[in-house]
Ligand binder design. Sequence first.
Ligand code: FDA
Length: 309
Amino acid sequence: MNPARDALLLAARNRWLSEHLPRYRFVRATVARFMPGERMEDGLDAAARLAEDGIPATFTFLGEGVRSAADAEEVAQHYRRLLDLIGERGLDAEISVKPTHLGLDQDPEATLQRLRDLAKRSAVLGKHLFLDMEAAPYVEPTLAIYRQLRQEFENTGVCIQAYLHRTPQDVADLLGAGGSIRLVKGAYREPRQVAIHDHRRIRASFEKLAFEFLRWGKGGRLALASHDVDLLTEIERRAAAAGFGRDSFEIQMLYGIRVADQRRLAREGYRIRVLISYGTHWFPWFMRRMAEHPGRNIWLAIRNLLARR
Ligand code: FDA
């Protein structure tokens, strides 16, 4: 484990820091690299700009671990309004939600109900609904919810983290049930008993899981969500050799990261989609982004701090 990554991921869960750090202008300037703004309208405008380059979007309204059913209901209402606007503006966009943002800690059944409603509204628009994957204790409840949702709604998918030791079995189970997956390396601070820490082994796991899905995926969507262009190129090369064309998977990246590659991939005819996050509760998510590339991102924060003196 990289010590800077470890420290940033620890800080992501610190309540005092989450209340105080966002007040500093240099922190706000740094988060601007990863999100277009705090309002829904900022996200929609960013999606319209991406559409000019032929890039569709996924939206996530930032937040996690709500503390009451009323808060979870407010989040669901926000997503309903967002889906309405996606429809009205004819945007090529879908949503991806965190189960704990929709009340998983309080009431899994009510969370499933809210997800059913969002899946139904997404289906009317011809869109998918994706579930994000959070820290390891939430994997089992999230997959349990996804299995139920998937029985009723084909237009649903779930994020799968390649760093977890349990993931190959989870993917084997999901393949039996059909469904769509967004494959990621994994963004949380997990102990060694739970997750692989070695970067090369995580990449190897990602590649292996991608091929499991390509071979046995029963027509569901496979999204390779990564900015690791070398890894994506290698997967594409091996996929082509095995007879899978570029259209058998899509590539997903985050807003603001590897933007030139996003545009290039779109121009070259890859199926690429960009996930846009927005909202006021950005602190833990922002710290996870910082932790993914600590050297460059800490340097960016320092430059923003110095620029404001
Ligand atoms: P890697 O970390 O190896 O980065 C490759 C290169 O990309 C770096 O060298 C750098 O140039 C650039 N880069 C990557 N991240 C950067 C950053 N933050 N800042 C600056 N440069 C960066 N995780 C999770 O646990 N649950 C989830 O639901 C999701 N959802 C999700 C959706 C989408 C669309 C993406 C792209 C990613 C996620 N993730 C996620 C995050 C994922 O688990 C992982 O932490 C990041 O994608 C970083 O890993 P990469 O595969 O991009 O490669």
